[in-house]
Design a protein around this ligand. Structure first.
Ligand code: ADP
Length: 252
């Protein structure tokens, strides 16, 4: 492998949350979407966040990725504290340091696969490293699909384009919001293997939210959320171990 993901300095986490609270409403209608979460995401690690509906998974991911702001607490991406950052700077940081893969693919329908993959770099005024582009595209099996628009691609292919778009930028951290939620089990396995390999081979840091124990079993670490709190954590989990933990936490 010639092109590692951007190396992280020493053991510095790729992302850190400290005492994160996100509170909606007040009094009787108050909802604590995040109720004091502290967690580190280490470079070159694949983390899955699980928990029942309403447990705060999306809120946590959105706060980590600078798409939402916590009520209090701190989020760092690498060495950079983002919680107090001005919108413009935060937008630039998201563009330069963070990759996203969404459940709904979020490709631009009028652009080809190639144009979709290079769009973020284009917007940032950056040149795409063509050797790295070629390698990612080849690894993801998209070589003969580059001139097609999304409607000419299967769901699995569209999600592979979204993965390529995220990986080509070599982000400090890649977030996936139910990245396999719209895919059948074969296509899910394909996309999860791509994310897994990006961690293994390029040292990419990946964090996904999923409700699927099979998807979570691709991760190095699974975090279990309930009621806005981190309730448990598993390392190198099997599907059975994940199911067991979900059950012990009250059948997530
Ligand atoms: P999950 O992703 O685990 O399903 P969310 O992070 O979406 O959970 O939501 C956590 C809690 O915060 C839920 O109780 C949800 O209803 C509440 N919540 C999320 N967004 C808002 C909002 N904009 N206004 C009020 N409550 C919200």
């Amino acid at each position: 492998m010639t092109e590692p993901a951007r190396p992280a300095a020493g053991d510095r986490p790729a992302a850190t949350a400290r005492e994160l609270f996100k509170i909606y409403g007040s009094g009787d209608t108050e909802v604590r979407a995040l109720n004091g979460i502290s967690v580190d995401f280490h470079p070159g690690q694949f983390t899955a966040i699980m928990g029942p509906s309403g447990s705060g998974k999306s809120t946590l991911m959105h706060c980590l990725a600078g798409l939402d702001r916590p009520s209090s607490g701190s989020v760092r991406i690498g060495d950079t504290e983002i919680t107090e950052m001005k919108d413009k700077k935060l937008t630039a940081l998201r563009r330069d340091e963070i990759g996203f893969v969404f459940q709904s693919f979020n490709l631009v329908p009028t652009l080809t696969a190639r144009e979709n993959i290079t769009l973020p770099a284009g917007i940032a005024g950056r040149k795409v490293d063509s050797a790295w582009f070629d390698e990612v595209v080849e690894r993801l099996g998209l070589g003969d699909r580059l001139d097609h628009v999304p409607s000419e691609l299967s769901g699995g292919q569209q999600q592979r384009v979204a993965c390529a778009r995220a990986l080509v930028g070599r982000p400090q951290i890649l977030f996936g919001d139910e990245p396999t939620g719209n895919l059948d089990s074969n296509r899910s396995a394909e996309v999860l293997s791509i994310l897994r390999n990006s961690v293994h081979e390029y040292g990419q840091t990946v964090v996904i939210v999923t409700h699927d124990p099979r998807a979570a079993s691709y991760a190095d670490r699974v975090l279990f959320l309930a009621d806005g709190v981190l309730r448990d954590e598993l390392e190198a989990p099997s599907v059975d171990a994940i199911l067991e933990t979900m059950q012990s936490l009250g059948g997530m």
